[in-house]
Design a protein around this ligand. Structure first.
Ligand SMILES: C[S@@+](CC[C@H](N)C(=O)[O-])C[C@H]1O[C@@H](n2cnc3c(N)ncnc32)[C@H](O)[C@@H]1O
Length: 372
């Protein structure tokens, strides 16, 4: 994954002010904002049972979403999107499921300046009309005059049936921070339920996809999401949609199944906008680190390679060495190198290490490989 470009960083810093300007909040409601953010966060993470299907239709929650979740989600997506090979060209259709306030569209505009002049068509589907409307307003304020065509569709996608009648037209189908609303109700131990729901989701997303499409899923970086992503990867493989990223291979996922490891990526958020950090602290949910799990699937030429994706923070090893775990076609790898090198090898980076002739780390069982 990439560091933010200066332009994207400037745009991200301008988001809180742009939101205030586009959705002015009467002063008398301002004091309650931190507690509304905290309450929405509780509903979105822990308190699912209390959350109504149309939680974003309530003005106070939509306002909290726009001021807290939208900027943080933009920030996470802006870190991720530049590193993905999305292969979009003029006239392509992009379907975004569970768009909310069009977070994905705005993040793509902010972080992929190379796509700004391309005429693209976005079909943004959500069951909550006020969130879609707010997204259109925000995008107009952010990118007025853009050649991108936005169509919003108020619809509840039924992921539980296999045969949603999506039109197989889109070059990119995405679902960002949506699918956890489906699998979070399942107990973490219900592997069979998770497998079933992953299969239905994969089939549904494929229903919107053209034969050569890419399909992108982004989820929070928590263990349950990581395990879901591994299941979803297996489901897409069965539908002949192999993973393109973060996986460097189509062999079994070395991070699935275990309790301690799951596929996710973490970033420091020290340079997030000040106003956003202030609101987060006031709501009692400061974010020192941002995490995400994601999966991009599609059709690429089969490759046999020795590359590895960095999937952990750096940690000290004996003999002044540092290590990070990596995921490769050969399974889990313990990537090693000196402190400076391993510090530079950020979470999500792709490296081509030198494997140590099949030797394994005694503690984790991971193959040993040195980063050059
Ligand atoms: C947490 S928000 C994510 C919004 C946006 N993608 C983002 O990353 O900021 C989840 C969105 O999915 C929508 N949603 C949930 N289930 C849905 C379904 N079955 N069909 C359509 N939209 C759905 C909700 O209304 C909400 O706007």
């Amino acid at each position: 994954m990439t560091l933010l470009s200066n332009e994207t960083r400037t745009l991200l810093n301008s988001v809180p002010a742009l939101i205030e300007k586009t959705f002015p909040m009467p002063g008398r409601f301002r004091g309650a904002l931190p507690s509304q953010v905290a309450e929405l966060s509780r509903l979105l993470t822990g308190g699912r049972g209390d959350r109504s299907l149309s939680y974003l239709s309530r003005p106070n929650f939509l306002s909290a979403y726009l001021r807290y979740f939208l900027p943080w989600n933009l920030y996470r997506l802006c870190l991720l999107l530049p590193s993905l090979d999305l292969k979009l060209s003029a006239g392509d259709i992009i379907t975004d499921l569970g768009s909310g306030p069009l977070t994905f569209v705005s993040a793509l505009w902010m972080s992929r300046p190379d796509l700004r002049k391309l005429p693209l068509e976005f079909r943004c589907i959500d069951r909550c009309a006020p969130a879609l409307e707010a997204g259109k307003k925000f995008f107009a304020a952010l990118a007025g005059g853009s050649p991108w065509k936005l169509y919003t569709v108020r619809e509840s996608v039924n992921f539980r049936t296999k045969n949603n009648a999506g039109k197989k037209q889109s070059a990119l189908v995405c679902a960002v921070n949506l699918l956890n609303e489906l699998y979070d109700d399942l107990p973490h131990s219900d592997t069979e339920g998770l497998r079933r729901i992953s299969a239905n989701i994969a089939r549904n997303m494929c229903n919107y996809a053209s034969p050569s499409a890419s399909i992108l899923t982004v989820e929070p970086g928590v263990p349950h999401s990581g395990h879901f992503i591994a299941m979803l990867r297996a489901a897409f493989l069965e539908l002949d949609h192999p993973p393109l990223s973060p996986c460097t291979h189509t062999a079994a996922c070395p991070l699935s199944g275990g309790k301690k490891r799951w596929c996710h990526f973490s970033y420091e958020s020290v340079d997030a906008p000040k106003d956003l950090r202030r609101l987060s602290a006031a709501a009692g949910i400061p974010k020192e680190r941002l995490t995400l799990s994601y999966l991009l699937t599609g059709h690429a030429a089969a490759r046999k390679n020795k590359s590895a994706r960095v999937v952990s923070d750096a940690f000290p090893l004996p003999d002044n060495c540092y290590g990070r775990y990596g995921c490769s076609e050969q399974g889990l790898v313990l990537l090693t190198g000196d402190e400076k090198r391993m510090d530079k090898t950020v979470s999500g980076a792709l490296v081509t290490p030198i494997f140590a002739n099949g030797q394994r780390d005694a503690k984790s069982g991971a193959l040993l490989a040195e980063v050059q």
